[in-house]
Ligand binder design. Structure first.
Ligand code: HEM
Ligand SMILES: *[C@@H]1O[C@H](CO)[C@@H](O)[C@H](O)[C@H]1NC(C)=O
Ligand SMILES: *[C@@H]1O[C@H](CO)[C@@H](O)[C@H](O)[C@H]1NC(C)=O
Length: 344
């Protein structure tokens, strides 16, 4: 009887001590780290619901911008069990990314779910996998003349075609030309040209559909691309995670067909193709050295998606940003004969 009582007593003391120790540790850690301020969150889920609201629609201001105004240029957001720190000042970002211990990126689990376990890509890869793929891509792009005079000629020719397209729309109809879509197609004609060797026409319905997917995709992954890095968020049957998965599977379909078309077009001239497109060079690498953890068909799809997305979305948005538009408006207005309104 006494023995049992004693062991119960010891257990209670142990539990009490552990609780005290945990509280003490938490308290000292919080004290020592001096965390930046941030918006109050819910228990357990923290500020997670923020990710499910449309960032542009609340008060016509991005949630992140509003937080920065309220809490300063560095604030914390708790997303589920993960604590995030948002840096809103160029100098802070520059200083932070100069530290060796935050050079990594969270694994792109959404790619792995959509494409397969070997999906790593370049933009979301880290460490040696990133190094190998980046060196390969930079090498191929250099060989294809990116950044050299030949490429400038290509861009100039595309710009001329874009202007001609605007001419024809201005002259023949009063329908608002969707400026963004035209830029996407013009830019993609170049990026897809060096990636798969495919050319697209302004009236290509299949391409217009994938442009649409790209816009949904960039909207659904959000400002932090967090939906690509969380298995839980990406796996949810509703919200941006579901949209992200849907977009990735449509991209996969599109890219697989482009790669297949490239493959069959170049079946008899494998050596020639390897020097004219990214896909050709990648397939050549698999053919020569055998598939490995970096050079395989799943990672080819992933890299193609990233080049397609990174090249098209960014450049089109930059070209159609209000700054560029204001510079070009005069010229467009002249070409459109003052008949149509431009829409973005
Ligand atoms: C105005 C146009 C562009 C802007 C503003 C832009 C912006 C960026 C930014 C901010 C990053 C860093 C992403 C990160 O580390 O999280 C990045 C990376 C990258 N971009 Fe672009 N980009 C543009 C055009 C392009 C084009 C045309 C391509 C190629 C087709 C491209 C391919 C890449 C690749 C492969 C990376 C990953 C590099 C690495 O991980 O080392 N980008 N871009
Ligand atoms: C980055 O870090 C290095 C050394 O760690 C330092 O010399 C350099 O000035 C830093 N650059 C920036 C922009 O903070
Ligand atoms: C894409 O480029 C090719 C030549 O490189 C050209 O014939 C075609 O008209 C271009 N398409 C668009 C939409 O500009």
């Amino acid at each position: 009887m006494f023995i049992i009582q004693q062991s119960v007593f010891t257990a209670v003391i142990c539990v009490l001590c552990s609780v005290l120790l945990i509280i003490l540790l938490k308290w000292t850690r919080v004290k020592k780290l001096k965390l930046p301020p941030g918006p109050k969150g819910w228990p357990f889920i923290g500020n997670l619901p923020v990710l499910f609201q449309d960032p542009g629609t609340t008060n016509d201001e991005y949630y992140y911008t509003r937080c920065a105004r309220q809490y300063g240029d560095i604030y914390k957001l708790k997303l589920g069990s993960k604590m995030m720190y948002v840096l809103c000042k160029f100098d802070y970002i520059r200083e932070a990314f100069n530290h060796s211990y935050i050079q990594g990126r969270p694994p792109a689990v959404a790619y792995q779910i959509a494409f397969g376990p070997e999906a790593k890509g370049i933009i979301l890869a880290s460490g040696s996998e990133w190094k190998v793929m980046k060196q390969f891509a930079v090498g191929v792009f250099r060989e294809l003349g990116v950044g050299k005079g030949v490429f400038e000629t290509r861009i100039r020719a595309e710009t001329e075609r874009l202007m001609l397209k605007l001419d024809s729309i201005g002259g023949s109809s009063s329908i608002c030309p969707n400026l963004m879509e035209l830029f996407y197609i013009a830019v993609s004609n170049i990026t897809c040209g060096i990636t798969f060797g495919t050319q697209f026409d302004y009236d290509d319905s299949r391409f217009k559909a994938i442009v649409n997917v790209m816009q949904t995709y960039s909207h659904s992954i959000g400002p932090s691309a967090i939906f690509l890095t969380s298995r839980l968020l990406c796996g949810l049957p509703f919200g941006p995670g579901k949209a992200t998965r849907g977009c990735l599977s449509k991209f996969k379909e599109f890219l697989e067909l482009e790669i297949e078309k490239h493959d069959s077009k170049n079946a008899c001239s494998a050596e020639k193709s390897s020097s004219t497109t990214f896909v050709g060079a990648f397939l050549g690498e698999i053919l020569n050295k055998g598939a490995d953890e970096n050079f395989n068909k799943v990672n080819l799809i992933t890299c193609c998606l990233e080049l397609f997305f990174a090249g098209t979305e960014t450049t089109s948005i930059t070209c159609t940003s209000p700054f560029c538009v204001s510079l070009l408006t005069q010229k467009f207005e002249m070409r459109l004969g003052g008949k149509s309104m431009l829409s973005l």
